[in-house]
Design a protein around this ligand. Structure first.
Ligand code: FMN
Length: 217
């Protein structure tokens, strides 16, 4: 196992092969993901693993909801974002563009509809949080998500976190009988990457560390 290598290599994959992922492997990934630290070890995460025909039903429902409501991928911020962040998002989309051009698809349509379909992945994992927790516990969910994507990578599997679906939480809860008091915090597509699809060659960049850090001695 090489954690540093996995951190450097991992990336979001946006086209999957339909091949199923063995249940034992998913279980292994989740068992390792719950090693994540959490406040007072509350372990507030709950995972819903959707595959097979149920995953297809979920995708169809999300796609229908997206076509009706047209709530697209985006940061969903309450205030306009400071320029720095807007620029980063725009730059990422700009760098993705040639890959989508090669595929002859519309970038927005591919990302929005693809997200609803978990990019064709055979497994969709929903990370849920009881609504009695304050928003601060989303940090714990985020850490578990980080562990999950890295563990999956280590096992030769690919992932893409899918935040878009949270806009359609009511539909998801209705379809999967998720209790009212559980919030869907994030989804993740899990499966084997389809390496023939150009967008999977895309690797996002990061700004230099000095843009993010302030050292106080
Ligand atoms: C909270 C969260 C929500 C995300 N939602 C989506 C999504 O709905 N659709 C999508 O295609 N990618 C989504 N992503 C993937 C990001 O676009 C991706 O992580 C980012 O561009 C950096 O690229 P990388 O994961 O390849 O390093 C999401 C990532 C995170 C962490």
């Amino acid at each position: 196992m090489d954690l540093l290598k996995a951190i450097k290599e991992r990336k979001s994959i946006r086209a999957f092969r339909p091949d199923p992922v063995p249940k034992e492997r998913i279980e292994e990934i989740l068992k390792l993901s719950i090693h994540a630290p959490s406040a007072i070890n509350l372990q507030p995460w709950e995972f819903i693993v959707v595959s097979g025909e149920e995953k297809e039903r979920l995708s169809r429902r999300l796609l229908r909801a997206y076509k009706e409501k047209q709530i697209a991928c985006g940061p969903g911020n309450v205030k306009p974002l400071p320029k720095t962040y807007g620029k980063r998002g725009a730059k990422t989309l700009e760098l993705m563009k040639p890959f989508f051009e090669e595929m002859r698809v519309d970038i927005n349509q591919y990302i929005n509809e693809g997200s609803c379909n978990f990019y064709g992945a055979p497994v969709a994992i929903l990370l849920c949080l009881d609504d009695s927790f304050p928003n601060a516990r989303l940090v714990d969910i985020g850490i578990a998500l980080g562990y999950l994507v890295l563990t999956a990578h280590e096992f030769g599997l690919a992932t893409c976190p899918i935040g878009l679906i949270v806009a359609y939480e009511d539909e998801i809860k209705d379809l999967l009988n998720i209790p009212e008091n559980k919030n869907v915090s994030i989804g993740v597509a899990l499966g084997y990457p389809n390496s023939n699809i150009p967008i999977n060659r895309f690797k996002s960049q990061r700004d230099d560390l000095e843009k993010f850090v302030r050292w106080i001695d």
